[in-house]
Design a protein around this ligand. Structure first.
Ligand code: HEM
Length: 182
């Protein structure tokens, strides 16, 4: 996973819990005391270890860490560094979700070694849709839940997010029903 992602985890922990907590998490994850380079790729294992260490150190279940990270990512990284891309990708929450795949294809031009996730939508109504999440990686569904909630805040469109199918239970992909306040 690109260092950009690990860096955002670091930034979130530092902002919310301080430098000391971050160093404890880094040590628990068995990582060197050096920063992540945004455009370098790191083994996925580094990200998983960071999440596990943060979960243990902060006493919060790993899925909750991932969900909080998803919300943080939209508020901090996506808006701060990729504002133009965010604006180009849709004017409303449902429009944006239906363009997620295109957004990631654009990102793959910059992040050449990226293994991007893929998203499709079905059952689209004026107030809800089902978002299908495809990935080569396991265990990141709570991250997507947080991302979608973060996008709801970004668009000032409170959204309820329910997991309706998971790969873990044998479905071909993970699926989330997103319901927007009418
Ligand atoms: C505009 C800001 C964004 C940037 C710059 C960005 C960039 C990235 C990068 C670099 C990765 C690592 C992939 C790799 O190294 O193989 C990643 C992963 C991911 N991104 Fe984005 N992303 C953005 C917005 C979003 C949004 C809005 C979503 C909403 C669902 C999203 C969903 C994901 C997921 C789920 C992953 C984990 C990889 C996987 O599932 O396999 N991203 N993103």
């Amino acid at each position: 996973m690109y260092g950009l992602v690990n860096r955002a985890v670091e930034q979130m922990v530092r902002e919310r819990f301080g430098a000391e907590r971050w160093h404890a998490i880094q040590a628990r994850a068995g990582l060197e005391d050096e920063g992540f380079l945004a455009l370098r790729t790191y083994p996925d294992d580094v990200t998983y270890r960071l999440v596990a260490a943060a979960s243990e150190e902060l006493g919060v279940p790993a899925p909750a860490v991932l969900e909080a990270f998803g919300e943080y990512w939209v508020a901090a990284t996506a808006q701060a560094s990729y504002g133009d891309l965010m604006r180009l990708s849709g004017r409303t929450l449902p429009e944006f979700l239906q363009n997620l795949d295109q957004m990631h294809s654009r990102l793959a031009l910059t992040f050449k070694h990226m293994q991007p996730p893929s998203f499709t939508c079905s059952d689209v109504t004026p107030t809800s849709l089902v978002l299908h999440y495809h990935s080569t990686r396991a265990g990141l569904l709570p991250f997507v839940v947080g991302l979608v909630k973060g996008l709801g805040e970004y668009f000032h469109t409170p959204a309820r997010v329910e997991v309706v199918a998971t790969r873990e239970d044998g479905a071909p992909c993970d699926s989330l029903r997103v319901t927007m306040a009418a």
